[in-house]
Ligand binder design. Structure first.
Ligand code: ATP
Length: 400
């Protein structure tokens, strides 16, 4: 049996995964056997999401009636009905539906009527509340197939701690990241020296450790020291897999995410607000201000660079998530570079021999390194600006 749940939370509290954890516990107490817990991320560009557009699926052995009554009881008790944007839904079905609806909700947009048509055609039990939008995520979650998957160990706070500052030992989180990276990722941001895996809002999540297997996330958690954890679930997820990415076979459509190759046709420019824009094969791309240090890397690109770009298409421009500099263009060096030792002006050391300093013994042997501030390879936005679905560069490098 499969039970899908979505759209129960609001920015003021709750979290659909927490509700999923409570429902699973209640099902177990009624004699059901929990087989798997899945946390499924859907199109990150839907405007009515609360945070990360997540839905959950509980796979279990037991009765459909028990499942629907339990889901109803917990939604009635915990869902944030007062929030305009909270429109819960649950679905219960005996067999897993075909994955088509999942792919539409992951990569495009769906309507409640489309969800109901599929649910009716497979004889599912379902209930939508208010505008019923939660049925879309609930159906997508039970229909999901995961050719690539990762795991997230979500630890939840004791209810009396909800809304208070989270108590944790930052050093233990850093140590956990050092010991388990790249098998676990997004635990600690080593550039900013801060945890990535601890949310800041009023929701029940204390931390979420992401990794390649159940064993790796359990190992990472074994290092952590924090306030008391009330409960935890190890979720199987499509996070960090690039499952949302399409190839632009017939152009770019609003609200979808793409990968494409191209040559930089206009060099990066810093716009008002600190956003950095550039063009790849005539397509306007942006590294927006929240991507912080990523913009400094983007500013190093020059016309002629060959790139593979990943990003979502919104309001006519690509919001860059990551890129690979496949082939760096040669930069014409007009002024001779500054010496890396004393900062003085350098002169050519002869054709193809790099530069030597006029003031001291400093030398740059590689003429390319002297002219470009970026090497060929992968670059991505910092972890706290990354989409949940985006495959981190450490996973791409693990593949090769
Ligand atoms: P959280 O991650 O904290 O649980 P959220 O960011 O998942 O919150 P929701 O509250 O679930 O946000 O709101 C997203 C809403 O959008 C849900 O009702 C879901 O069914 C719907 N939805 C998800 N994907 C699509 C899609 N591709 N097209 C149309 N609606 C969608």
């Amino acid at each position: 049996m499969f039970l899908g749940l979505d759209d129960t939370d609001s920015p003021d509290g709750m979290c659909t995964t927490y509700l999923g954890a409570l429902v699973a516990e209640a099902l177990e107490m009624q004699g059901c056997i929990i087989k798997n817990m899945r946390l499924i991320r859907l199109n990150p560009n839907v405007p009515w999401k609360t945070r990360g557009n997540a839905a959950v699926c509980i796979e279990f052995e037991g009765g459909a009636e028990i499942a629907s009554q339990t889901a109803e009881r917990f939604i009635d008790k915990y869902a944030m009905f007062d929030c305009l944007n909270t429109n819960p839904g649950f679905v219960v079905c005996e067999t897993k539906p075909a994955p088509d609806f999942y792919y539409s909700a992951l990569r495009g947009f769906c309507t409640v009527d489309e969800a109901k048509a599929v649910l009716d055609s497979i004889g599912a039990i379902y209930k939508g509340y208010k505008n019923c939008r939660g049925l879309i995520g609930a159906l997508a979650a039970v229909s999901a197939e995961l050719p690539d998957k990762t795991y997230e160990y979500l630890a939840y706070r004791k209810p009396d701690a909800f809304g208070t500052p989270r108590v944790f030992d930052a050093d233990s989180f850093r140590k956990s990241a050092e010991e388990t990276f790249p098998h676990c990722f997004d635990t600690w941001d080593f550039a900013a020296e801060k945890p990535v895996c601890i949310p800041h809002g009023k929701d029940p999540v204390l931390f979420g450790i992401r990794g390649e297997s159940r064993e790796w996330v359990e190992k990472a958690v074994s290092y952590l020291q924090s306030e008391e954890v009330e409960r935890f679930v190890i979720w199987e997820t499509n996070q960090g897999t690039d499952a949302h990415i399409l190839s632009p076979t017939s152009g770019f459509e609003e609200g979808r995410s793409y990968v494409f190759d191209g040559v930089v046709t206009s060099a990066p420019k810093t716009q008002r607000g600190g956003h950095v824009s550039f063009s790849v094969g005539g397509v306007v791309c942006y590294a927006f201000e929240p991507t912080k240090s990523f913009r400094n890397i983007v500013r190093e690109l020059i016309e002629g660079d060959c790139l593979t770009v990943f990003g979502s298409f919104q309001k006519g421009v690509i919001h860059v998530e990551k890129f690979c500099l496949r082939k760096a263009a040669k930069k014409e060096v007009r002024a001779s570079p500054r010496c890396p030792v004393c900062g003085g002006r350098m002169t050519s050391a002869g054709k193809g021999k790099g530069y030597k300093c006029r003031e001291c013994s400093g030398r740059i042997r590689d003429t390319e390194a002297a002219s470009r501030g970026i090497a060929e390879g992968w670059y991505e936005v910092p972890p706290d600006a990354r989409r949940h679905l985006s495959k981190p560069v450490c996973r791409i490098q693990n593949d090769s």
